[in-house]
Design a protein around this ligand. Structure first.
Ligand SMILES: NC(=O)c1ccc[n+]([C@@H]2O[C@H](COP(=O)([O-])OP(=O)(O)OC[C@H]3O[C@@H](n4cnc5c(N)ncnc54)[C@H](OP(=O)(O)O)[C@@H]3O)[C@@H](O)[C@H]2O)c1
Length: 206
């Protein structure tokens, strides 16, 4: 079992060119119906997720925004209504191309500083190597893959509607994969297409 402290501690946030601090672990809500987002986004925030990722195309972005405002005003119900200031929550929305120009001009929307991320590595069923690593590090296969994403410099956006898995997916900070295992996982099967920071002066809207 590997319990040693990581040699290279990965900061929990990354500074964007805009100056905003983006939490490196995000909570994604793709395919979660709006009415269900009320609960799960609240539960994710209660479990220390501080980055919520949605888009107008998911049709749940208004609910997610409502939850963020709610916890900033009334607190998190499952945390004895502890207030979570709005400034501590990073909220990602993605506008459809035809709305980007008109909405971005003259509103409080901040221009993006990162190109859209692509999926995390899939969690394959029956990958013996992955289970080998899970045994070696005493972690779950999901934790191995999300930790790998972090060590690759990506910002994993993890989606789960399950409270236990929300906690499980958070358990990726205080340990690390050895370099050889990071390399070994770098196969076509797992390799994500990572987002990248927008260069200074680069057009934001294409
Ligand atoms: N996929 C894309 O093309 C795309 C594009 C842009 C942005 N995003 C963002 O990225 C987020 C994640 O997308 P994705 O495609 O990676 O996820 P996904 O495949 O849509 O969902 C993750 C799946 O993994 C399961 N899961 C989560 N944690 C697990 C664990 N610890 N053990 C076993 N299974 C687990 C979830 O089930 P349960 O919910 O039942 O746990 C769910 O079925 C999206 O919600 C969205 O915000 C995705």
């Amino acid at each position: 079992m590997r319990t040693s402290h990581p040699r290279n501690v990965i900061p929990k946030t990354i500074t964007l060119p805009s100056g905003y601090e983006m939490p490196r672990l995000g909570y994604g809500v793709y395919q979660i119906p709006g009415e269900f987002c009320n609960t799960v986004v609240c539960e994710a925030l209660a479990r220390d997720y501080r980055h919520t990722d949605t888009t107008t195309a998911y049709r749940n972005d208004f609910t997610c925004a409502y939850v963020v405002d709610f916890v900033a005003t009334f607190g998190i119900p499952s945390k004895r209504n502890a207030i979570l200031p709005r400034s501590e929550i990073f909220f990602t929305n993605k506008l459809p191309p035809k709305l980007r120009g008109p909405i971005a001009r003259g509103t409080r929307f901040q221009p993006p500083a990162v190109t859209p991320e692509e999926p995390n590595p899939p969690i394959p069923q029956g990958s013996e190597y992955l289970y080998e690593l899970a045994r070696k590090y005493q972690k779950t296969p999901a934790q191995i893959l999300f930790r790998w994403s972090l060590q690759k410099g990506c910002v994993p956006i993890v989606k789960t509607v399950n409270r236990e898995r929300m906690e499980e997916n958070m358990g990726i900070w205080d340990w690390e994969l050895e370099d050889e295992d990071v390399l070994q996982l770098e196969t076509t099967e797992y390799k994500p297409h990572a987002g990248r920071l927008v260069e200074e002066g680069e057009s934001l809207w294409g």
